[in-house]
Design a protein around this ligand. Sequence first.
Ligand code: PMT
Length: 223
Amino acid sequence: FIEKDLVGKKIVITAGPTIEPLDPVRYMTNHSSGKMGYNIAKEAVERGAEVILVSGPTSLVPPKGVNLINIKTTEDMLNAIDARFDTCNVLIKAAAPADYRPETVSEEKIKKKDNDNELIIKYIKNPDIVAHFGNKKEDQIIVGFAAETNNIYEHAVEKIKKKNLDFIVANDVTKEGAGFNVDTNIVSIIDKEGIKTDYPIMDKRQVAKLILDKVKSILEYKS
Ligand code: PMT
């Protein structure tokens, strides 16, 4: 039995990697499978929320009832959210968007050069999606993720401040059973006051439940 405690709430959830093309046959990406974001979307829709799932390329089947928007690049992801953010109550950023993209995208396949042993590619910064929505309305909630390999707490607190987040879900992606491309995660939730709660290893669906329970209590507090 699942309580429909998110009826009437519009939630935008991002999932998966973004990919940044280099030429017509090559791109840069990361190991995100989309599992974390898709589990949040499934939990949210089953609890009655209207869910918009903005997803990079994954091999997952989208949960029934979500409004799926497929995107490729970080800029696409930003634009897809931008078009919907005004009317949403909650934004949850479980995706792993590429921070940089190749400065130029070659129209033709880059050829291998026989007399050159290196290929140098210049990358330029992508927009930071979460920070873009930092001037949100007071009653809108933004949940960020932090995929870290060291100094998790310090980085998370910095991100909360810099990106005006309501809370952050930090995962140490070097731990076995956590982070990219596994069914489980090991997270710490850090709130605006800097209070950190550590959780044991659990299924990503259970992590999704934890996140949405916290979202629900903040929604109640803000209303
Ligand atoms: O997809 P899975 O295989 O299930 O893996 C889950 C996950 C490891 C991808 C997920 O749990 C996770 O940690 N997602 C965030 C990954 C990430 O990009 O972390 P970050 O510390 O680089 O970014 C911090 C926050 O800013 C994130 O909420 C991210 O979505 C957001 N961001 C990052 C870059 C960018 N250009 N714009 C952003 O909004």
